[in-house]
Design a protein. Structure first.
Ligand code: FES
Ligand SMILES: [Fe+2]
Length: 440
């Protein structure tokens, strides 16, 4: 039995010969899961939500972030806060709704303590029964130790000493900026919430796994897209040869490590690769799309407009925010045990979308990523199947992630993006702050 505090030897990373393997205990072992909580989720910047979900004073959402129940609230003072959803009296959830607007206070139903939308404790039934030392002002709802609002994207960290958001993001900041340059972005009301009986790291891999797409989602690519007159609309981007030392400023296409475990499968460039949705939108919202494009060019100039619209393929902000630019999707997921995770998905779209364009973008999102779409049920099936397979992990110990490692991508998409994730994961699990170098 592997001792969970000894995480050495879980990864074989042989850059010389081009072999990369992951020990399957990382998907099932409870000690490793607990260590992930303390070494990864307690010390990263984590995506919590988008300011457009609670645009006005008194608006709020609640959700779990790395296992912590949180209230994201737009206070009556206009400030956004990320508060721990636990009563300072004896712990109950203070807010039990998923979402609301016009809130003036949060009242804990257990003994009736009342907090305002700044999190201050404002009312205690029978307050005169407490001693003089009882300090009501010190008993407000506790905020997340750190919060950062990057252009509406709310990130939190449970590590008060964590490095700045900008330094944590490294080259991923520019890629996220590119996504948000599409317009004044909003999370469309409503979201996909689902769960999977699978380890969370399988979804990191899957969310940027170009290799599986043509097989797992065969019907989408070989039947549905042609039936829409789109042909095989998806072509994996041409990938350059081995990228040793490639900087994010390198404008060649393909998978690019962005530092600190972040990685994109299609570094945005201005040479005009259309986002994967292009054909569908052109067909169903031609005029609106044309007008939208003119606006983009006006705002950014033609080169940048192409770069923004083309997007960044699928990219990971370590450890668990996936942005899928071809579908304009933000997806995050948190494990509650080694073999179970809860997933949130949102459509992040420009507010200025005209009706036909908005409708087409949402249809595109639903068709592939929706709960009854062509991708999500297939991926759930695929990942739960992997998890079942891991019951053999004592006999069949290793998973292979070597594809394309020696720069040979003649047979289609490689797996460098997964190795980037795993190298950072491994560095953190063995006690480093970041991996020195995550490329091949
Ligand atoms: S636990 Fe909230 S008022 Fe007692
Ligand atoms: Fe998939």
């Amino acid at each position: 039995m592997r001792d969970g505090s000894n995480t050495a030897g879980l990864i074989i990373d042989d850059r010389e010969d081009g072999i990369f393997r992951v020990h399957r205990s990382v998907f099932v072992d409870r000690d490793i899961f607990e260590l992930e909580r303390t070494r990864i989720f307690d010390h990263c910047w984590l995506f919590a939500g988008h300011a457009s979900e609670f645009p006005k004073p008194g608006d709020f959402v609640t959700r779990s972030v790395a296992g912590r129940p949180m209230i994201l609230v737009h206070g009556e003072d206009g400030k956004i806060r990320a508060l721990m959803n636990t009563c300072r009296h004896r712990g109950n959830l203070v807010c039990r709704e998923h979402k609301g607007s016009g809130a003036e206070v949060f009242r804990c139903f257990y003994h009736g303590w009342i907090y305002n939308t700044r999190g201050e404790l404002k009312g205690i039934p029978g307050e005169e029964a407490y001693s003089d030392a009882f300090d009501r002002d010190a008993l407000g709802l506790e905020p997340a130790p750190r919060m950062h609002n990057y252009r509406g994207c709310i990130f939190v960290s449970f590590d008060a000493e964590i490095e700045s958001f900008e330094s944590y993001m490294g080259d991923a900041l520019a890629v996220l900026g590119n996504t948000l340059d599409l317009g004044e972005m909003e999370f469309v009301d409503g979201q996909f919430k689902y769960s999977m009986r699978a380890n969370w790291k399988l979804l990191v891999e899957n969310s940027m796994d170009g290799y599986h797409a043509a097989y797992t989602h065969e019907r989408f690519f070989s039947q549905w897209m042609p039936s829409e007159g789109l042909g095989l609309g998806y072509q994996p981007p041409p990938v350059p040869p081995r990228r040793d030392g490639a900087a994010a400023s390198d404008t060649r296409r393909g998978t690019v490590p962005l530092g600190n475990g972040h990685v994109t499968t299609n570094y945005p460039t201005s040479d005009g690769r259309a986002a994967v949705s292009d054909g569908y939108l052109t067909k169903h919202a031609k005029e609106d799309l044309e007008q939208f494009r003119q606006g983009l060019v006006k705002r950014h100039g033609p080169d940048k407009a192409r770069m923004v619209e083309g997007g960044a393929g699928n990219y990971l902000i370590f450890p668990n925010l996936m942005i899928i630019d071809g579908w304009r999707v933000f997806r995050t997921f948190y494990p509650s045990s080694p073999d179970y995770m809860e997933i949130n998905g949102w459509a992040c779209l420009p507010k200025e979308d005209a009706p036909a364009l908005r409708k087409a973008r949402l249809e595109w999102y639903l068709a592939f990523q929706g709960p009854g779409g062509f991708a999500t049920p297939d991926d759930v099936e695929g990942l739960e199947g992997c998890q079942m397979g891991f019951a053999t992990h004592k006999e069949v110990e290793w998973s292979d992630i070597s594809r394309g490692m020696k720069g040979n991508l003649a047979g289609g998409p490689g797996e460098l993006q997964m190795r980037v994730f795993w190298r950072e994961w491994n560095a953190r699990m063995t006690g480093s702050q970041h991996a020195d170098y995550t490329g091949d």
